[in-house]
Design a protein around this ligand. Sequence first.
Ligand SMILES: [Zn+2]
Length: 101
Amino acid sequence: MSTAPVTGATPPNARAAARTSGPRPAAKASEWLLTARHAERLFDGRRSAWGAFHIRRNGEHRTACGQPTMMWHTFWELRMDTLLARVCRDCAAAARATAPR
Ligand SMILES: [Zn+2]
């Protein structure tokens, strides 16, 4: 009788638990994050949005312009203020309206 090899895969229970909304990782809740439906990898290895960037609040699942961001890419490594020209108009307006002066 053979036994299945141990793959180290996450047990289904743990995976389900990770999906539930519990305490979120420490980060500023008010922080805007760059997000996009599709991502591309640039020639130098960096990631970028394929098309327009949108923004969402850290911990939220909807862009500032109202689109659900499930399965979207989040660009943790990019700063919004340097890419505002590529952010969708409604999102950029929301960012400007809330930007600390
Ligand atoms: Zn947007």
